[in-house]
Design a protein around this ligand. Sequence first.
Ligand SMILES: Cc1cc2nc3c(=O)[nH]c(=O)nc-3n(C[C@H](O)[C@H](O)[C@H](O)COP(=O)(O)OP(=O)(O)OC[C@H]3O[C@@H](n4cnc5c(N)ncnc54)[C@H](O)[C@@H]3O)c2cc1C
Length: 368
Amino acid sequence: MKEISTSLAIIGAGASGGALALFASRLGISTVLIDKENFPRYKPCGCGVTDRALQLIDSSLPPERIHSAEFNDGNLKFKTSSPSPISVGTRESLDDHICREAISYGALFLQNENVLSVINSHEKVQISTVNYAINCKLLAVATGVKGNLPEELGFDKVKSIPALEEELAGNIETAFRFDFSAVKGGYGWSFPKSCGTSSIGVLTTLKGVNLSDALIKYKESLGLVGAKSVRINGHPIPVAPVKIFNVGRSIVIGDAAGLVDPLTFEGLYYSYYSAKLAAESFKQHLDNPEAACKQYGMKVKKEIIPELKLALILSKLVYRNPRFRKYLFSHYGQHLTNAITDVFSGKRKFRDELLKPSNYFQLLLKRL
Ligand SMILES: Cc1cc2nc3c(=O)[nH]c(=O)nc-3n(C[C@H](O)[C@H](O)[C@H](O)COP(=O)(O)OP(=O)(O)OC[C@H]3O[C@@H](n4cnc5c(N)ncnc54)[C@H](O)[C@@H]3O)c2cc1C
């Protein structure tokens, strides 16, 4: 068993853990990143990366920009302006690229290391893997939505909804496509991937919906029944943030903290955002780990949670109320598409859009 001492240990090298390793090592914080898989590793994900996510990560990332995104509800169809605020990649290459960049700034990446136990006390944090005993001042838990480690450390269980993704051979669509009538209480998506395959999938916020049937029907509606399947995987997506973000010297980030937009189900942006807040808090209070973790928790509650709460209200209206959604789309569809384009581009936030009285006035004028 090899012993390592470091300022920061991160468990999980996905979008959030990899980004934190990159941000922290760029700031000169000694960092050890641990993952149970060998990288590059597969993760079910459409890997649509919005401009606001790219701006945060500020790295020479591999995703390719695509022409436009389409939001469809039956016969109602709306397009974002071109070029779209979304690029496509694959999670294998994206996460691997970010981890490699973290290594180039001095982070140590331990792959294929399952975490066996963690001691998180006021005095110290100690992580045991099969081959290492790691002592650190600060611990970030970035293990995603699966697994029990966050709960074992005193964090809440993440509420999630099911998604089913199939990767098909060939680029079937040239645009990013969301279909809100494809499945009850959710949407279907069809995204081209940068490796020349396509991600087709369905998710639902409702219980009792058979996603396998929904995916078959969705593929039928897109004329894809005979398309060659590369793989098919179910995977949960967080639907609400947890309540506690810091316990002692440890924090949760990304999916492990439930930080996914419950309206669009964009998770990469919030993975990177929570990683950025964590790195900044750690840099500021490196000599006082509990204060660093507390500051991170406060920043998440101030900067991220209000946006997610608003998205949660919208998501209930959109996914539980198809008639309301149809009304909204048929009267304000293009306006909403433009607003989402601006949100994805990082020009505006949902909050700015929804809490500005002049917007409602403009919408009313459009109706007159
Ligand atoms: C089907 C689907 C499609 C999606 N499409 C999009 C999209 O197009 N755009 C978007 O923005 N978001 C999308 N998301 C959401 C996005 O994938 C997640 O928000 C994102 O992956 C969260 O990153 P993370 O680092 O928190 O977790 P993950 O990416 O899940 O990474 C967690 C890592 O922790 C490791 N780990 C877990 N337990 C341990 C342990 N005990 N020891 C060591 N390592 C451990 C795992 O091996 C893994 O590498 C999608 C999600 C799904 C399910």
